[in-house]
Design a protein around this ligand. Structure first.
Ligand code: FE2
Length: 288
């Protein structure tokens, strides 16, 4: 059995501060040009599909995204040993596309995730932008910074402009992290290019996936240890709540240690490692 490895780098304190305040973190030039082109080809291979889910199971070119080092450490900072990939999807927003999302936030509206957590998001959506979006009206993401803490938006379910809205303009290879609950919509695409991007959404393993009912455990067993765990392809649904011993810890801490951190709940020696709580980076930050 493969041994756990140290967690890849996570949030800097400044990045987390921005993310917590705005509900969105935008980082440029995260993917190399080669990586961006390869992902764009993989997205185009699904043409004419404008949107498709569970892409990591569909095309092996998307598999490295499950634990891409540019985001997985940050997701581990939020969800720790229970990190799960909740969905992976691609988008192709063609010029003149009439069907575009109006104001909404991702996740349940009747009893939103925000009802349960103020300190940390219950879902985070990672976006990789594969085509240049230098100006408005290119199928851009439009969002209201800081609105992840708002229960209500008067413009909900319309395309009425909001006075504080921002239009995402980025180069190919940029990454965004979006806090579950951020109000957003999609711009018209009056350009001549198709907007292509992929989204990967993460949360704790006790949340349901939204792009699949089940991942085939046999297929997942052929992936690396970290990818297999993050997909949470469990036959026993209770393992989403109580992961099997071999899946804990997901990563060692960044110093290569697997002991519970001193800020976490203390246990006596007879409690096995997989039942011991390790606080997440976000939790430790809150207690600092
Ligand atoms: Fe959305």
């Amino acid at each position: 059995m493969t041994a756990p490895i140290p967690a890849p780098p996570g949030f800097t304190p400044d990045e987390w501060e921005t993310f917590e305040r705005d509900g969105i973190l935008i980082l440029d030039d995260v993917l190399s040009p080669g990586e961006t082109a390869a992902l764009r080809d993989a997205v185009d291979a699904r043409t004419p599909r404008a949107r498709q889910g569970d892409i990591v199971a569909l095309d092996s070119r998307f598999v490295p995204l499950i634990d891409h080092p540019q985001h997985v450490g940050r997701m581990f900072d939020v969800y720790g040993d229970m990190l799960k990939l909740l969905s992976s999807e691609l988008f192709r927003r063609e010029p003149g596309q009439a069907n575009r999302n109006n104001w909404h936030f991702d996740g349940p509206r009747l009893l939103p995730f925000g009802s349960f957590s103020d300190r940390a998001p219950l879902r985070v959506k990672v976006g990789y932008w594969l085509t240049a979006l230098p100006r408005k009206e290119m199928g851009n993401l439009i969002y209201v910074p800081g609105s992840h803490r708002w229960d209500h938006l008067p413009q909900y379910h319309t395309h009425e402009p909001h006075p504080q809205e921002k239009h995402l303009t980025v180069g190919p290879g940029a990454m965004t992290l979006m806090w579950g609950g951020l109000w957003h919509r999609v711009d018209v695409n009056r350009s001549r290019t198709t907007r292509r991007n992929v989204f990967l959404e993460y949360g704790p393993s006790w949340l349901v996936a939204t792009d699949r009912t089940h991942t085939d455990p046999q297929w997942a067993a052929g992936l690396s240890r970290e990818r297999r765990i993050i997909l949470r392809a469990y036959d026993d649904p209770n393992q989403g709540v109580k992961p099997p011993a071999e899946d804990v810890p997901l990563y060692l801490d960044r110093l290569g240690q697997d002991a519970p951190d001193p800020v976490g709940t203390r246990y006596v020696d007879h409690v096995p490692l997989e039942l011991r709580r390790r606080t997440t980076w976000v939790e430790r930050r809150g207690k600092a």
